[in-house]
Design a protein around this ligand. Structure first.
Ligand SMILES: [Zn+2]
Ligand SMILES: [Zn+2]
Length: 344
């Protein structure tokens, strides 16, 4: 089969590889019907993910059809359409039992697919702990509707869930990239009074205005002033930092009102400074990533009921044969690209 492979830092290539086989009783083999490219894939390509293993097939955002299951897989069966979770987790350890699946202590736990074991920018993928990692897609939900459930939509849903958003709150989301847009849709499920999105790119700001006309959009240089002027309690009630820029962590806590929750979803390239003397007395609560991706079944139900729709994020579509061009476009951010869909 064809598999897009991390050959060496800076180099991905579409190679011919054997189809994956079951390696344990809790594995499943999934035939990929649609995949995507994530910013994390670019981080692997540039050698900035030390855990990434050369020779592996990349890709961790995909949906497909179960081909084969091990003897101890019970929740999915051959022929089922499924989402694939970015995180591998056992479901049984201390952390898994508390829903903190990102810190599963299994050797394969955490982000393994497309990083430490073969992923899904290919025709087939082996998924360990298939009972945890796969969720059945309802018949009325398309592959495109379900494509982001296992990764960026799981992230947005988790970020909104832990941010303690109440009805009547003002929520600030920093960053309207793909994960920021998923976060926005999930924040809206909590019925805040106002949502402010801070985004540097005029094109992405316009995208937010068209996707969610009720949302207020502000540029980073105006954000702190705007929030202070329009929030009666001195800042936003909850701030979700999804940008990961040089100054966005500082912007996040500066724009929070006293006693607010600041949820840091972003992954930074450099250490961030937490200037405690400057924020003394503000009594903030910080919550940090990465995602505990164990809400996929609930997300699929919300998609089925029309409460979440991330299909507008898919701006470009490619065949697996043309995945090199898809990467070039996604990385260049040309042509208004938000997300690409890859069909094997
Ligand atoms: Zn990802
Ligand atoms: Zn576990």
């Amino acid at each position: 089969m064809k598999a897009y492979t991390y050959v060496a830092p800076g180099r991905f290539e579409l190679l011919d590889k054997p189809e994956p086989r079951l390696q344990g009783p809790r594995d499943a083999i999934v035939r990929i019907t649609l995949g995507s490219i994530c910013t994390s894939d670019l981080h692997i390509k540039h050698g900035s993910v030390p855990r990434a293993v050369t020779g592996i097939t990349v890709g961790h955002e995909m949906v497909g059809v179960v081909e084969q299951t091990g003897d101890d897989v019970h929740t999915v069966h051959a022929g089922d359409r499924v989402t694939v979770n970015v995180e591998t987790f056992c479901g049984e350890c201390f952390f898994c039992r508390r829903g903190f699946v990102n810190n599963c202590t299994d050797p394969d736990g955490g982000w393994a697919l497309g990083c430490r074991i073969d992923g899904g920018q290919a025709e087939y993928v082996r998924v360990p702990y298939a009972d945890q990692g796969l969720d059945r897609i309802p018949d009325t939900v398309s592959d495109e509707q379900a494509l982001f459930v296992g990764d960026i939509l799981a992230t947005g849903f988790w970020a909104a869930r832990i941010s303690e958003i109440g009805a009547g709150d003002t929520v600030l989301i920093i960053g309207a990239g793909p994960t920021g847009l998923c976060t926005l849709q999930c924040v809206l499920l909590h019925n805040p009074a106002r949502v402010i999105v801070c985004e540097a790119s005029p094109r992405r700001a316009q995208f937010v205005r068209e996707l969610c006309p009720s949302v207020e959009v502000v540029a980073p240089e105006d954000c702190a002033r705007y929030v202070r002027a329009t929030c009666e309690r001195g800042g936003a009630d909850a701030v979700l930092e999804v940008a990961g820029g040089a100054d966005t962590f500082r912007l996040a806590w500066e724009c929070a009102r006293p006693n607010a929750v600041v949820t840091v979803v972003a992954l930074y390239d450099t250490p961030q400074i937490l200037p405690l003397p400057d924020m003394y007395g503000k009594n903030l609560t910080f919550k940090t990533g990465g995602v505990d991706g164990c809400d996929c079944a609930e997300i699929l139900r919300l998609i089925e009921r029309g409460r979440i729709d991330t299909t507008p994020l898919i701006t470009h579509r490619y065949a697996l044969d043309d995945i090199g061009e898809a990467y070039r476009l996604f990385e260049s951010r040309e042509d208004g690209v938000i997300k690409v869909a890859i069909r094997p």
